[in-house]
Every structure is written in structure tokens, then in C-alpha cells.
Design a protein around this ligand. Structure first.
Ligand code: 13P
Length: 366
């Protein structure tokens, strides 16, 4: 490739790892909640936010089934979990790899206020020592990474500002470049938040603008797109918008947006759930895959956090006797999303029970 700083062997390796993560019917478990966002989860089930409880929580998911890799191609770890061991005494990352799942790591350090942006806008931090951290994680067995940017919509307040869009896009491109140099497949995540009362058309317009800026920045930084994954929001109305959209409408708007803005070279698209209920996220993913009216040359699958883990968390409630039931519920979600990733999910969402409850949190941090 002209001007690429990567060797042929590096490019081949990135393409191979990216394609393993998004192999047909597989998606990602985003188990990378930071130690500042786990407390909110644990408060709901009244358990202490300590290292051992976080380890037990992760152990429930990672050991849910020796067949987990039929549905899950990759797991995103948080730094602490990357060095923890499962109940079987093996490092989680080695265990996960041994059952055929690719190991990923969150490398951003969260958001901070964006100077010169509109009120409340943010920029993601973590670039300063990223090169060293990537070299270390890569040596220790990670093959992919995640970095989340956050874009707010509030038309009256001028959000998103151009500054927020372009600065965030530039930083995400710098991150992707550094990861690839270290043989890690970057997940590029420019999340347009659901917060707000804007309708679906505004979300579509903003998402299109953000993705256009993102792919320009990735090109400027000579990022090798075949060795990247995109983690976008689905195109939905804002959480507070009275005019709701059907799953079919969301499927069409999301597929159209991506077909207009994401180059075909990208290895795969892995959606975040963004506060949708577990069932909604699955049904919408299914509709995106079913829609035939837009060109979609990439795998379109999931990289869900809340929408894979929430009912399992509530069922577990921190009690050893509930682990098996929590695992069964998690597997049910994993299988539903595995089907949705191929447009073969037949659930309607009508009697989803706990899986039908909204998981929205205003101003979500990760
Ligand atoms: P949700 O699926 O809970 O939105 O989280 C996915 C994620 O990794 C956000 O960075």
C-alpha cells in the first residue's frame, strides 16, 4: 500500500485478526467497564465495588460455556481484568484465548471537557502513553483495542460543534495509527449519544457528518482500513423524543447511513447498544441485517456491553448460587445476537420481560 508504514506481514496479520473477531454470526462482548462505571452496576444489586467482586462478575461471563466462541469472536477487557485470574487459576486472557475468542483491551482513559467546544462537549484522553501501553498489551496477548469518543446532540446549544467532531475524529485516527503500528486491530468508536429529544433524522444527519469526518481523518493518518473495525451507534431517535421509530425504520436509516459513509475496505461494523434494552438492540441489529435496500459489504454485528450483560447481572446479584442462571441468561442474549448478526432472529421483542427494559443512562461514561 502506498505510503503505509506497515509491513506486508503486519497488514496480513491485522486482516486475519479482524476477520476472526467478526466471523459469520460472531460479535463482541464489551466487558471493559472501567472501575468508575462498575459502581453504578453494583449499586443496583447491592454489592460492594471491590476487586474480588469485579473478578467474580467477569468470571461468570467468561466461563459461561466452552462453546462461547460460536457466538462471541472477541472480548474487550479493562486493564484490571487483563491481569486477573478465573476460578480455574488461569489468567482470564489466556483462558478466553484457549476457547477460541480474541482478546481485546480498552485503551482510552475516558473523557474530559473539550476547550472551545459547546457546553458539555468532551474529548477523549489517553494518547500520551498509548504507544508504550499498546506495545505492552500486544506482547501480553491482546490482538485488538477499543477507544470510545462521545458526541452530544443538542441543536439549540449548537451540539455537536465542528470542533468536537473534528478534534475527536483526529484523536481517534491517531489512536488507530498507533495501535496498528503495534499489531493491534483498532476498534474506532465515535459514539453519537442517545441523550436528547431530537428525532431520528437529526441523529442520521449528525452520524453521517461524524463518520465522514472520521474516515477523512483515518485517511489523513494513513490508517489501514482493512485492519480496523468501526463501532458506531445505531441511528435512532433521541431518548426523549416523543416520536419513536420502528425497528424497520431504524434498520433502514442505520444501513443507509453506513452505506453512504463507511468505505468497503473496513473489516467489520460492530454496534454499541447505547442504552437500548437488550431486546431492542437485538431486534434492531436484525433489521439492519435484513434490509436489502442499501449496499452493506461488511459484517454488521454487535459489540454490546449493557445489552449482553444487564439481565445476567441482575440475576446473579453477587450470589454464587445464581451464577448458573446468570450464565444461562447471558448465553440466551449471545445466541439471540448471533442470529441477529445474520438477520435470522425471529423474536419480536413483545414479551421480552427484563430484556425489554431500557438501559439508558444520561451522560453515560464507560
Ligand atoms: P453499550 O453496549 O453498553 O452501549 O457499551 C458498549 C461499549 O463498549 C461502549 O463503549
Amino acid at each position: 500500500m502506498a505510503n503505509s508504514p506497515l509491513t506486508e506481514a503486519q497488514r496480513t496479520n491485522l486482516v486475519k485478526n479482524a476477520s476472526l473477531i467478526v466471523a459469520p454470526g460472531k460479535g463482541i462482548l464489551a466487558a471493559d467497564e472501567s472501575n468508575t462505571s462498575v459502581p453504578k452496576k453494583f449499586e443496583k444489586i447491592h454489592i460492594e465495588n471491590n476487586e474480588e467482586n469485579r473478578r467474580l462478575y467477569r468470571n461468570m461471563f467468561f466461563s459461561a460455556s466452552p462453546e462461547l466462541s460460536k457466538y462471541i469472536g472477541g472480548i474487550i477487557f479493562f486493564d484490571e481484568t487483563f491481569y486477573q485470574k478465573g476460578d480455574n487459576g488461569q489468567l482470564f486472557r489466556d483462558f478466553v484465548k484457549s476457547i477460541g475468542i480474541q482478546v481485546g483491551i480498552k485503551v482510552d482513559k475516558g473523557v474530559k471537557p473539550l476547550e472551545g467546544g459547546a457546553p458539555g462537549e468532551t474529548i477523549t484522553s489517553g494518547l500520551e502513553d498509548l504507544d508504550e501501553r499498546c506495545a505492552k498489551y500486544s506482547k501480553e496477548g491482546a490482538v485488538f483495542t477499543k477507544w470510545r469518543n462521545v458526541i452530544h446532540i443538542n441543536v439549540a446549544q449548537g451540539k455537536p460543534s465542528d470542533k468536537a467532531i473534528y478534534e475527536n475524529a483526529r484523536i481517534l485516527a491517531e489512536y488507530a495509527f498507533i495501535c496498528q503500528k503495534n499489531n493491534l486491530v483498532p476498534i474506532v468508536e465515535p459514539e453519537v449519544l442517545q441523550d436528547g429529544d431530537h428525532d431520528m433524522h437529526v441523529c442520521q444527519e449528525v452520524t453521517e457528518k461524524v463518520l465522514a469526518a472520521q474516515y477523512k481523518a483515518l485517511a489523513d493518518h494513513k490508517v489501514f482500513l482493512e485492519g480496523t473495525l468501526l463501532k458506531p451507534n445505531m441511528v435512532t431517535p433521541g431518548q426523549g423524543c416523543p416520536k419513536r421509530a420502528t425497528p424497520q425504520e431504524i434498520g433502514i436509516a442505520t444501513a443507509e447511513t453506513l452505506s453512504r459513509r463507511v468505505p468497503p475496505a473496513v473489516a467489520g461494523i460492530v454496534f454499541l447498544s447505547g442504552g437500548q434494552s437488550e431486546e431492542q438492540a437485538t431486534v434492531n441489529l436484525n433489521e439492519i441485517n435484513k434490509y436489502k435496500g442499501a449496499r452493506k459489504p461488511w459484517p454488521l454485528t454487535f459489540s454490546f456491553g449493557r445489552a449482553l450483560q444487564e439481565s445476567a447481572l441482575m440475576t446473579w446479584a453477587g450470589k454464587p448460587e445464581n451464577v448458573k442462571n446468570g450464565q444461562a441468561i447471558f448465553l440466551k442474549r449471545a445466541i439471540a445476537n448471533h442470529l441477529a448478526a445474520e438477520g435470522k432472529y425471529t423474536g419480536s421483542g413483545a414479551d421480552a420481560g427484563a430484556a425489554g427494559q431500557s438501559l439508558f443512562e444520561a451522560g453515560r461514561v464507560y
